[in-house]
Design a protein around this ligand. Structure first.
Ligand code: 5GW
Ligand code: MN
Length: 351
């Protein structure tokens, strides 16, 4: 009895207020170390070097919206106004989340060549001049670039003076009477030139709309195995409002409890191999739809979005990389790098 009492008394005596303070302080140190490692990890991954290791991603990771909220809070540490990393640890690229100097140096050492694919079918050749001129000012400055211009009017491709290390490749292709098909067939045509050109000529492909102009730097910070761009109309939207294809009969169908972001059809890319897999798969899905007499609500964009639900991008570009002043709130951006050109739909599309 005495012994026990003594022991208890000893513990009590040992845990004086002052000692409690010391223990508390040590525990605080311990926790802040863990916190520091956590913050360091967020910092490290959001400063993606562009030299990517392949990332294996579970498609169910983002189904818990509570997790998404918590994750958003962690990311408040990095840039207080925007999400800078996905639940599968893909960086989301905004101005202020990367270091151009370091990245440029790394990609220069690898002597990377970047392919930029663009389609100018029928009247859309009118967009090429501004597109190419501004790309010379802002796209992959200081790196090797091949422009791949898919067109049914090769003679109307404008002569634009290109800087050293940059060249233009005109790829004659057929046109289609329906505009939806012009847009959708891009997937097929890109995949068709994989063997013949891309695999031998470039490391990465960047696939974009032509009715656009560059307005600020778009550099190697975008490069990764597989990347997509947040659509300027949906970057702040909830999943329920994403305009995925909701009819199960379409190959582009995304169930209402799946999907992370709504991506723009007008800016995606990755390594030649990843872009090949993406474009081939999307094209095949569109052919199945066609045979079944169905066309996805937003055409190739719907199929791209479906693809990204099950093949998570290894990097995501903020709407800085595909902006439309008619869609989003301009104030949220520090840079508007690639802008939709206003078009007279009636005049341009139907000729
Ligand atoms: C697209 C819509 C209606 C009529 C014609 C077209 C069209 C698209 C065309 O006649 N020629 C053509 O080359 N395109 C390609 O498809 C362009 O690269 C264009 O950027 C892309 C997607 O079409 P957009 O840009 O009109 O679609 P939105 O969603 O940006 O308006
Ligand atoms: Mn467009």
């Amino acid at each position: 009895m005495d012994k026990d009492q003594g022991k208890t008394g000893g513990v009590k005596g040992y845990l004086t207020k002052r000692r409690l303070c010391v223990v508390g302080f040590i525990m605080l140190l311990f926790f802040s170390f863990g916190f520091g490692v956590g913050v360091g990890f967020v910092w490290y991954t959001s400063n993606d070097t562009g030299l990517d290791a392949p990332i294996k991603i579970s498609s169910t990771m983002s189904n818990n919206t509570q997790d998404l909220d918590d994750f958003h809070k962690v990311n408040l540490l990095r840039r207080s106004d925007v999400l800078t990393m996905t639940l599968w640890f893909a960086p989301i690229v905004w101005e202020g989340t990367y270091n151009s100097e370091i990245l440029n140096e790394q990609f220069r050492q690898r002597n990377v060549t970047v392919g930029l694919t663009v389609f100018a079918i029928k009247k859309y050749v009118v967009f090429l001049k501004k597109f190419l001129e501004t790309a010379e000012m802002y796209f992959m400055v200081g790196h090797r670039v091949n422009y791949y211009i898919f067109t049914d009017r090769p003679e109307e491709v404008p002569e634009v003076v290109l800087k050293e290390g940059r060249k233009k490749v005109v790829l004659p292709v057929q046109n289609y009477p329906r505009w939806q098909e012009i847009s959708m067939r891009r997937m097929e045509m890109i995949s068709n030139f994989f063997q013949q050109r891309f695999i031998n000529e470039v490391s990465y492909l960047v696939c974009v709309d032509v009715d656009m102009r560059f307005n600020d730097q778009v550099g190697v910070e975008i490069l990764s195995d597989l990347f997509g761009t947040l659509h300027p109309g949906f970057y702040a939207a909830e999943r329920q409002s994403f305009t995925y294809e909701h009819r199960p009969a379409s190959q582009a169908y995304v169930p209402s409890d799946e999907g992370d972001f709504y991506y723009a059809g007008g800016f995606f890319g990755g390594t030649v191999m990843e872009v090949y897999k993406l474009t081939k798969k999307c094209h095949e899905a569109m052919m199945v739809d066609k045979a079944n007499g169905i066309e996805a609500i937003w055409h190739d964009e719907s199929h791209l979005n479906k693809y990204f639900v099950y093949h998570k991008p290894t990097k995501i570009l903020s709407p800085e990389y595909l902006w439309d002043d008619d869609m989003g709130r301009r104030e949220i951006l520090k840079k508007r790098r690639f802008l939709a050109v206003r078009k007279n739909h009636a005049a341009i599309r139907n000729k």
